[in-house]
Write a protein of this length. Structure first.
Length: 307
C-alpha cells in the first residue's frame, strides 16, 4: 500500500536531485527554493524509512536504497505522464446531465423538453432517473443528480434546494369511459362503492388527495391500490371501475385521446406547482442552464398543463 503522505512533489524533487546530483540544481530546475527541496527529500526518507542519498561528498550520490527507489519511481512517473498525454489526445467526452423526473413530468413535459434540448445540445447525454420524490430529491442534494423535474418538494424536504415553478397542475380523479359515475350527478359517499387508487404516503400529492377526501366527509378510506405509476394505473383503470387520483400530467395523453376521462370535482385542494429543483447556491453551467431554459420554454407552450 502506498504511504498516505507520499506526494507527487516528493517524487519530482527526488528524481531531479538524483539526475543532477545536487539539491540546489534540482531546486532551480523545479523552481522551488533549496530549503524547500531539502525538506522534501528529508520527508521522503522519513516516509520510506530509508536514506536515499550519500551526503559525504560534494555531489549527492544515490545509496543502494535510493537506486532501487529511483528505478520504480522513475517508471511510475513516466507511466503517469504517458497516461496523461494519451488522455489529452482522446476526443472530448460527451457531457452528461443526470436528471430526476417525477411521474407528473415524465409523460409530457420532460420528453418534449428533452427532444428540444437534443437539437441544441447534441453532444450532451441525458441520464434520466425516475422514482419517488423523496429519493430523487435526496440524490439531488447529494450531487448524484443535477436537476429534478416535477412537483414542488413537500414541506420539510426541500432543505438545501431551490425550486422554480413552471406551471400549476391539478390532481384529478380519473376513470374509464363508461364508468358508472361518468356523466352522472354523484354524491361523495358513492366514491367508496368503487376501488380507489391513491398516491402512496411518500408521494408529494398524497396529502392533498387525502385532505380532499376528508373534506368530502369520507375520512381516510382504505384504497385498493397505492400507486403513481403511469403504466400500472392506466391499465387497471381502463379495465375496471377503479377511480385513480393522479396528477393530470401523468395521464395527459390518455385524457386527450379519450382512453381515460376525468370525474369532475370542484376543489382547489387538488393541485400544486410543477417545476425545477436544483441545489441551492450552485450556479448552473451553460449546459445545465440550457436544459432549464428549454424546460421553461416547453412549459410555456403547454397552457393545458393546468388540467
Amino acid at each position: 500500500m502506498i504511504h498516505p503522505h507520499l506526494r507527487m512533489r516528493h517524487l519530482r524533487v527526488f528524481l531531479e536531485t538524483a539526475r543532477l546530483g545536487s539539491l540546489s540544481a534540482a531546486a532551480e530546475a523545479l523552481h522551488v527554493s533549496q530549503p524547500a527541496a531539502s525538506k522534501t527529500v528529508r520527508e521522503l526518507e522519513e516516509i520510506l524509512n530509508a536514506q536515499l542519498f550519500d551526503r559525504g561528498g560534494r555531489r549527492l550520490a544515490l545509496t543502494r536504497a535510493g537506486k532501487i527507489f529511483q528505478q520504480y519511481a522513475g517508471t511510475a512517473l513516466a507511466d503517469l505522464e504517458r497516461g496523461q498525454r494519451l488522455l489529452r489526445d482522446l476526443p472530448q467526452r460527451q457531457r452528461k446531465l443526470a436528471v430526476g423526473v417525477l411521474p407528473t413530468a415524465a409523460t409530457g413535459l420532460f420528453p418534449d423538453a428533452a427532444a428540444r434540448f437534443r437539437e441544441t445540445h447534441p453532444d450532451c447525454t441525458l441520464r434520466v432517473s425516475t422514482g419517488p420524490n423523496w429519493l430523487l430529491l435526496s440524490q439531488l442534494r447529494e450531487g448524484a443528480l443535477d436537476i429534478v423535474v416535477g412537483r414542488m418538494p413537500a414541506t420539510g424536504t426541500g432543505e438545501g434546494l431551490s425550486f422554480r415553478q413552471l406551471y400549476w397542475e391539478r390532481v384529478v380523479p380519473v376513470i374509464r369511459p363508461g364508468h358508472p359515475l361518468a356523466g352522472q350527478d354523484w354524491e361523495p359517499a358513492e366514491l367508496l362503492r368503487y376501488p380507489l387508487m391513491l398516491p402512496p404516503a411518500g408521494a408529494v400529492i398524497s396529502g392533498s388527495v387525502r385532505s380532499f377526501l376528508q373534506s368530502l366527509g369520507l375520512g381516510e378510506p382504505i384504497p385498493a391500490y397505492e400507486n403513481v405509476s403511469h403504466a400500472f394505473g392506466r391499465r387497471v383503470v381502463a379495465r375496471s371501475d377503479t377511480i385513480w387520483f393522479i396528477s393530470a400530467g401523468v395521464v395527459r395523453a390518455e385524457l386527450d385521446s379519450g382512453e381515460l376521462t376525468v370525474l369532475p370535482v370542484q376543489n382547489e385542494l387538488l393541485g400544486g406547482p410543477v417545476g425545477i429543483s436544483l441545489r441551492e447556491g450552485i450556479l448552473p453551467d451553460a449546459v445545465l442552464q440550457g436544459l432549464v431554459d428549454t424546460l421553461v420554454t416547453v412549459a410555456a407552450e403547454h397552457p393545458a398543463q393546468e388540467g
